[in-house]
Design a protein around this ligand. Structure first.
Ligand code: NAD
Ligand code: DAU
Length: 329
């Protein structure tokens, strides 16, 4: 089986390529990645994947690569909410035009697509609301990032219905684990501690995210590829709801620091309050279950990974923090 993985030099995509190399030795992987600031080709070392440096909005290139594939797993995106508030333009280009380009190529060549998306398409929930997102929750995205991801999901649904392409969609909650860019919450705080900088909490830190280990996300993606029904949306989550303050205090405890050794910084504009996933459809219909639901153990492993892989992140630390400092974060 020949699989084209878009965005495979980014966080979840690179973990997907490693997972595939380990568990699916019969699969031949080609990665298509623009190698933006968010990518690190070193993340693919030891996987045997072929890396093609290019843009998912380049129709000729995408057409040629899709023609040589049996399956496309589409991770490529601009993925960071804070960046989308500063400059939404690459989000519209990559997440919408790029996904459109992929859809036209899979339509032309009759190739199966799995589209990777986010729970943020559903907007947010109140802190005291017992409800969780389900596949029937109406779309209500808040940020330029989440609205372009919502738009990309709708394009996929339209191409299934109008043109009969074979495609599945998954919407996952917040991932953590190795190879995540240090602009994101968990690796930012770990690398702050490792750099003798104070961790930074937006606002009061009451916002809740539903954490899942990236390995569980990628195992779920393969489950959907193997057993999912075309046109269906599957929500991926591991019941990992925690507020940001609790997660930060846990990181500090695991790193042997006082649990109040951080500072509050300017809150994110339009900050979504709470995400929570009901993964019942994936569990009941496709038989998936998370293998790493213990956040404490997963964070311990993640702290150990960033501690042992300074060479992977250190060169980007100063510039990442300088960008945050410009906006008081
Ligand atoms: P990331 O930012 O770490 O990686 C994105 C990758 O896409 C990078 O390698 C980047 O170079 C590449 N890319 C960007 N624009 C491109 C373009 N025009 N052409 C080709 N490649 C391009 O993102 P991530 O956190 O690994 O997220 C991957 C996917 O998963 C995204 O679609 C995101 O919306 C989705 N998702 C992420 C999370 C999360 O918690 N990180 C949760 C749910 C869903
Ligand atoms: O829910 C899935 C989404 O999770 C994905 O679609 C996105 O691609 C991914 O980036 C993530 O979005 P968030 O905005 O939830 O993740 P982020 O790591 O940026 O922030 C997590 C929470 O932590 C959020 O409430 C903001 C807060 N935060 C973030 C940073 C970077 C802080 O308090 N301090 C920080 O320094």
């Amino acid at each position: 089986m020949r699989v084209l993985v878009t965005g495979g030099a980014g966080f979840i995509g690179a973990n997907f390529v490693h997972h595939t190399h380990l568990h699916r030795p019969d699969v031949q992987v080609t990665v298509l990645d623009k190698l933006t600031y968010a990518a690190n080709p070193a993340s693919l070392q030891g996987t045997g994947a072929q890396l093609v440096h290019g843009d998912i909005a380049d129709a000729q290139l995408v057409d040629r690569l899709v023609a040589d594939s049996d399956l496309v797993v589409h991770f490529a995106a601009e993925s960071h909410n804070d960046n989308s508030l500063r400059d939404p333009s690459p989000f519209v280009q990559t997440n919408l035009v790029g996904t459109f380009t992929i859809l036209e190529a899979v339509r032309t060549h009759g190739v199966r697509l799995h589209h990777i998306s986010t729970d943020e398409v559903y907007g947010d929930l109140e802190l005291d609301d017992p409800a969780k997102f389900t596949p029937d929750t109406p779309y209500n995205p808040s940020s330029p990032y989440s609205s372009t991801k919502a738009g990309s999901d709708l394009l996929v649904r339209a191409w299934v219905r109008s043109f009969g392409i074979v495609a599945t969609i998954s919407n996952c909650s917040n991932n953590y684990g190795p190879y995540q860019h240090i602009e994101k919450f968990i690796p930012r705080q770990i690398t702050n501690v490792l750099s003798d900088l104070k961790p930074k909490l937006y606002g009061a830190g009451e916002n809740v995210r539903d954490w899942i280990h990236v390995e569980d996300h990628n195992a779920a993606v393969w489950t959907i590829i193997d057993r999912g029904r075309s046109g269906e949306t599957y929500l991926i989550g591991a019941d990992g709801e925690r507020n940001n303050k609790d997660v930060l205090e846990l990181i500090l405890e695991l790193m042997g620091k006082p649990t109040d050794a951080y500072e509050h910084v300017t809150d994110r504009a339009g900050h979504d309050l709470r995400y929570a996933i009901d993964a019942g459809k994936l569990r009941d219909e496709l038989g998936w279950a998370p293998r790493y639901p213990d956040l404490r153990a997963g964070l311990e492993q993640t702290v150990a990974w960033y501690t042992a892989h300074r060479d992977w992140w250190q060169a980007t630390k100063a510039a990442t923090e300088a960008r945050y400092a410009e906006v008081g974060q």
